[in-house]
Design a binder for this molecule. Structure first.
Ligand SMILES: [Zn+2]
Ligand SMILES: [Zn+2]
Length: 141
């Protein structure tokens, strides 16, 4: 089964109604495999139909996040992106000064994940996150 069908199947099983519009939105993010923002999803769909508005795109992406099927991360400078699990696990270190993005190993999160679970019985979504800060160059200035 393609990831897109898996997502649709999961949402249906949760009792969500999957309209053709929602299906197109889910397809767009599932097939991208990379970071995608709501505007990019919207542009892809606009090429096929004009029956979808941007608000529906946002709502559907948020639904995927809520259901644990996608992550929403903030890459700074008002750039919010979405990605599904196919994008893989990693941390994006985002420099809030110059906007540079450094990819860090997700193993760094394992200890935190374990402690959150042990101390709070909290299963954190730490597979794909962004951390804002200052890169080495900007720190020197
Ligand atoms: Zn990423
Ligand atoms: Zn920087």
């Amino acid at each position: 089964m393609s990831p897109c069908q898996t997502f649709i199947g999961t949402l249906r099983a949760q009792g969500f109604r999957i309209t053709p519009q929602r299906e197109m939105i889910i397809e767009a993010i599932a097939h991208s495999g990379d970071h995608i923002n709501a505007e990019q999803v919207f542009a892809q769909i606009q090429a096929r139909t004009h029956s979808v508005n941007i608000a529906t795109v946002y709502r559907t992406l948020e639904l995927l996040v809520q259901q644990g099927l996608a992550s929403r991360i903030d890459l700074g400078k008002e750039c919010v992106i979405y990605a599904t699990y196919q994008h893989g696990s990693h941390i994006h270190l985002v420099c809030r000064q110059c906007g540079r993005v450094i990819d860090a190993d997700q193993d760094l999160l394992l200890a935190l994940n374990e402690r959150l679970f042990a101390g709070y019985q909290f299963a954190a979504d730490l597979q794909h996150i962004s951390v804002l800060g200052l890169c080495n160059d900007c720190k020197m200035k």
